[in-house]
Design a binder for this molecule. Structure first.
Ligand SMILES: Cc1cc2nc3c(=O)[nH]c(=O)nc-3n(C[C@H](O)[C@H](O)[C@H](O)COP(=O)(O)OP(=O)(O)OC[C@H]3O[C@@H](n4cnc5c(N)ncnc54)[C@H](O)[C@@H]3O)c2cc1C
Length: 492
């Protein structure tokens, strides 16, 4: 009962609806690839998830050791070409679209969130290289990332710089034709591992003066290895944490590490946002994956557990009790509506004609789906009763692994803050207008709710300090976004 079942039919239904207007959308190819990956995830990746949770990662002689079987699982993943799913064919990838990649990523997270964390910064790193890299950088790194010889990290956070990246102190200094990085990064997912031959660290560091704020930040490519020798990047510790035990969260020391500037000097945050925007939808889909897993665990358990009696006095399974049915239905609603919201946003990114909508919607996806994933994981524990609190059915692992999603990739409080301030004023309020239209056009029953939301948005925009109301506004916004996407899904 604890096995992972990829929600393939639900994913394809949502994907086909969201993707049908995209030029060249091919539902058959999507079904084939998603089905193929689902079998691989169920057979290879998911069985590693429990081992990973129990064993965790170890730091031995300065190197991270992954749990048993992870190296082989990753080898199969790379040999299957999955690391290069979205990478253009000219760089040895499969050249598939982001919609299919979103489906694959959700299934991966549901099967094994920890491993997904370590491997799935690659698509974002490739996007950064494609946008900002020189021809030489693209040729050197993209095929190696697509083939699995390299994995990538996103190295932003420091002890004094979490939500506030303007406080970054890691320094980058010019050294002949190249750069050297000096400083400390913390909480770096996959900062080291023993699955890929090397790691490409994407490091945000200060190339300008100490007081230069975000304008003094540049983005650097810092490989773990330089022609056979180790670069000066060392793991000083891995964190003990409540979940994602098989995802090594590393403290890294950069001790004059050789690095290559990518993009313009001082343009680090802009380049990093390319990676982070990709990662935000991906984290939203992690929330969806946890909600879908919660729904599946709860539904299967409740269909077999006999407690209480029905109206006819006969013993019944607990899914016959309205309160249990309510909880399962809520897990399901969160998963389906959240998934469709992400797919609709991803489709808008692919069309490239709705920038304001995408900018407004991306943090909403992140907030709604990650809060939803935690809520659903919590409900599944309740459905399983005492067994939910035990390790046996792993509903508790689902909750522990889901919990990080509302913290990383911008803590949800930061997304609420940004939506209530910059989000509402962005491009003269165009993002907010696009969101209201999205609500209105979802369903006739949403017209009044859309008008109420617009009135609330206008009231907030007029406040001298909207921050005390940012959370309530984000709750209202994400709730309506989920209702609208559920209505669109139901309408077909
Ligand atoms: C398992 C794990 C993996 C991670 N992986 C990576 C990684 O790969 N790369 C990387 O660079 N980082 C990574 N991180 C770091 C993560 O992105 C940060 O933890 C996150 O950005 C929050 O920063 P912080 O922990 O310093 O919290 P803080 O910034 O101290 O925030 C604490 C609380 O205060 C609130 N807060 C802070 N400032 C404001 C404000 N201005 N307005 C309103 N509220 C505010 C936040 O919303 C939050 O609730 C990871 C963290 C974990 C735990």
């Amino acid at each position: 009962m604890t096995e992972f079942h990829a929600p393939v039919d639900d994913i394809l239904q949502s994907l086909n609806l969201a993707g049908r207007d995209l030029p060249g959308w091919d539902g058959e190819t999507a079904a084939e690839i998603v089905g193929h990956f689902a079998s691989f995830a169920e057979g290879v990746l998911a069985p590693l998830d429990e081992i990973g949770d129990r064993q965790g990662c170890r730091l031995e002689n300065g190197r991270v050791r992954m749990p048993d079987g992870f190296g082989d699982g990753f080898r199969q993943l790379a040999e299957g070409g999955w690391q290069g799913l979205r990478v253009p064919e000219e760089f040895d990838g499969m050249g598939l679209d982001a919609m299919i990649a979103a489906a694959v990523s959700e299934i991966f997270s549901g099967a094994n969130h920890s491993l997904q964390m370590v491997t799935n910064l690659v698509p974002g790193a490739v996007e950064v290289l494609l946008h900002f890299g020189s021809d030489e950088q693209k040729a050197r790194y993209i095929p190696a990332l697509a083939g699995g010889e390299l994995l990538a990290t996103m190295a932003l956070t420091e002890p004094g710089a979490g939500s506030d990246l303007s406080a970054i102190r890691t320094r980058a200094v010019q050294d002949g034709g190249g750069w050297r990085i000096e400083g400390e990064k913390i909480f770096i997912s996959g900062g080291d591992q023993d699955m890929s031959a090397g790691i490409l660290h994407l490091v945000l560091a200060r190339s300008g003066p100490a007081d230069s704020g975000v304008r003094g930040l540049s983005l650097f490519l810092c490989p773990s290895d330089l022609d056979g020798a180790r670069n000066a990047v060392t793991v000083t510790r891995i964190e003990e944490k409540m979940g994602l035990h098989a995802s090594p969260t590393c403290q890294l020391a950069f001790d004059g590490a050789q690095a290559d500037l990518i993009g313009e000097e001082g343009g680090g945050l802009k380049a990093m946002f390319t990676l982070m925007n990709h990662a935000r939808i991906d984290v939203a889909l992690q929330g969806v994956a946890h909600a879908a897993r919660a729904a599946d665990l709860a539904r299967r358990y409740a269909a077999e557990r006999v407690q209480g009696r029905g109206a006819d006095g006969q013993p019944v399974t607990i899914d016959q009790h309205p309160d249990v049915a309510r909880m399962i239905a809520e897990c399901d609603r969160i998963a389906r509506a959240g998934r469709h919201l992400c797919h609709l946003t991803q489709a808008a990114i692919e069309r490239g004609d709705a920038r304001d909508f995408v900018d407004f919607m991306t943090p909403i996806c992140k907030y709604a789906c990650t809060e939803g994933g935690i809520r659903a994981a919590d409900l599944a524990i309740q459905v399983l009763g005492g067994y939910g609190y035990l390790q046996e059915y792993r509903a508790e692992q689902n909750w522990r692994d889901a919990r990080i999603c509302s913290i990383y990739e911008g803590a949800n409080g930061i997304h609420a803050r940004m939506t209530a301030t910059r989000g509402l004023s962005l491009n003269g309020g165009a993002g907010a207008r696009a969101f209201a239209a999205f609500l209105r056009e979802s369903d006739a029953a949403m017209v009044d709710a859309a008008a109420a939301w617009e009135a609330e948005a206008a009231r907030l925009a007029a406040l001298s300090d909207p921050l005390p109301e940012a959370h309530a506004f984000m709750e209202m916004t994400s709730d309506l976004a989920l209702r609208a996407s559920a209505a669109r899904l139901a309408a077909g």
